[in-house]
Design a binder for this molecule. Structure first.
Ligand code: AMP
Ligand code: GLY
Length: 438
């Protein structure tokens, strides 16, 4: 009788360290833990959700020396970076030449997110459609005013550097735009707004497109729509994201073909032409203006909560894809996408995105058996799970169509409770108006 080889002999397996602690990292951890290429997964610092996929490690993700020591001592072969901060600070360059592959771009590549001015200049040089813009330093205040006078409202002002997702200000009238420009250049966002990008306002519907690249070839991952505002019908303050849906019905094949030809291809080619090493995710924040895609922003990581909707639709071994990214052989890898619809609803602390109280006990997580509950801002205290952040949990349903996924996800969300918990009840409702793409 023929003897079957154990999996470990067929696949070369490896130890992986994943950096981050949010819902995005829980979703990545679940996917990585499913891979037959995994020996052991460590997550730093992780959360109670990631602890179910591997071992959480208490490490500061900005302390590259401490991460380097851990990588050496634990024979880590792959380092997957969740959030942008360590990338913008150069974590991939730090590990250059060391026997560990980093999934995440070099510092130069991460400037696509770390500097709006760099990103706009990159897009302009490589003919990638984006809003018309100019950048201003403090000594160019008068020129900034003159540029604002040439634009039609609303006015879009962006701090050049990372500003915890708060650096974009959109105002309706000219005098407010001028005073906002002055405040920003005077340090409203600290050093992040030493330089300010002012750009034309684009009208349309937004969609997030994700790509994994080895710097030469790329795989397009499922696209998603994010719901940024705290209130229903997109009212109120901006948040990190209150929900996500994938696929996005208006991202038709015709539209996505334009995205690939006019945006993805020239971006990857542009990085190569500029000699920028980029091995990781590119998140294209796009706007569909009458069928034409424009780039609103680049991010150099996956989105949160988009990852919680995108990962369940990815029909691929993510570590095999990462291996292709590391070795420059991504074009040889398989990456299929499941046809079902994923809907993610984020449950937040009452008061978020402004002040909120932490430490409330969460009930009902284990009663959700039909769908996936990703931990975002939770912590374990005396065998209980308590709230520890603004965005607390992200619940995802994967189902045959948008209607059934919505029914299912909201059934699950209702089983979970903690004091002052809040979620939007209208995630995906706007998309019901579009015919579903096949
Ligand atoms: P960000 O903080 O970079 O994600 O940007 C916040 C939001 O500002 C985006 O999701 C868009 O809704 C909006 N935005 C940014 N740039 C523009 C633009 N040029 N035209 C219209 N809306 C914009
Ligand atoms: N959900 C938007 C982001 O991750 O930037």
């Amino acid at each position: 009788m023929e003897k079957q080889l154990p999996l470990r002999i067929i696949f070369k397996t490896m130890n992986v360290l994943l950096l981050g602690s949010g819902g995005r990292e829980h979703a990545l951890a679940v996917k990585i833990a499913q891979s037959p290429c995994l020996t052991k997964l460590f997550i730093a610092p992780g959360n109670p959700g990631t602890a179910e996929c591997g071992q959480n490690i208490s490490l500061n993700i900005s302390d590259f020396d401490a991460i380097g020591k851990f990588v050496m001592e634990n024979n880590i072969e792959m380092l997957v970076v969740g959030p942008e901060d360590p990338l913008v600070k150069g974590i991939a360059d730090y590990f250059n030449g060391k026997p560990v592959s980093v999934i995440g771009p070099s510092k130069k590549g991460a400037a696509l997110e770390g500097s709006k001015d760099f990103a706009k200049d990159f897009m302009t040089r490589h003919g990638i459609p984006t809003a018309r813009y100019e950048s201003f330093y403090k000594n160019g205040l008068q020129k900034g005013y003159a540029f604002l006078e040439k634009l039609t409202p609303p006015f879009v002002l962006k701090a050049d550097g990372l500003a915890a997702g708060k650096g974009v200000i959109i105002v309706d009238n000219l005098s407010e735009a001028k005073s906002t420009l002055k405040e920003m250049l005077d340090g409203k966002f600290g050093a992040a707004s030493n330089k300010v990008v002012i750009e034309e306002f684009l009208r349309g519907i937004e969609v997030s497109v994700f790509v994994l690249t080895d710097g030469k070839s790329y795989k397009i991952l499922p696209e998603a729509k994010d719901y940024k505002r705290i209130g229903e019908n997109d009212c109120g303050l901006n948040t990190g994201g209150m929900g996500a849906v994938s696929p996005v019905p208006f991202a038709s094949k015709t539209f996505m073909d334009k995205v690939e030809k006019n945006i993805i291809e020239p971006t990857v080619r542009g990085l190569q032409e500029d000699g920028i090493s980029y091995k990781g995710f590119i998140f294209f924040g796009l706007i569909n203006c009458d069928g034409a895609p424009y780039v609103i922003e680049y991010n150099v990581r996956m989105g949160d909560p988009e990852t919680e909707a995108v990962m369940p639709r990815l029909d691929a071994d993510i570590l095999d894809l990462f291996d292709g990214v590391a070795k420059g052989t991504l074009d040889t890898k398989q990456c299929a996408i499941r046809p079902e619809t994923a809907v993610t609803v984020v449950i937040v602390s009452g008061g978020y995105p402004e002040e909120y109280t932490k430490g409330y006990e969460i009930e009902g997580i284990s009663s959700v058996t039909e769908n996936k509950v990703y931990h975002a801002g939770t912590t374990g205290v005396h065998n209980k799970i308590v709230t520890s952040g603004g965005r607390v949990l992200a619940v995802t349903a994967l189902s045959g169509n948008l209607t059934s996924a919505l029914d299912s996800v909201y059934d699950s969300v209702q089983k979970i409770s903690f004091e002052r918990c809040y979620y939007r009840r209208d995630i995906g409702k706007d998309l019901m108006l579009f015919p579903e793409t096949v």
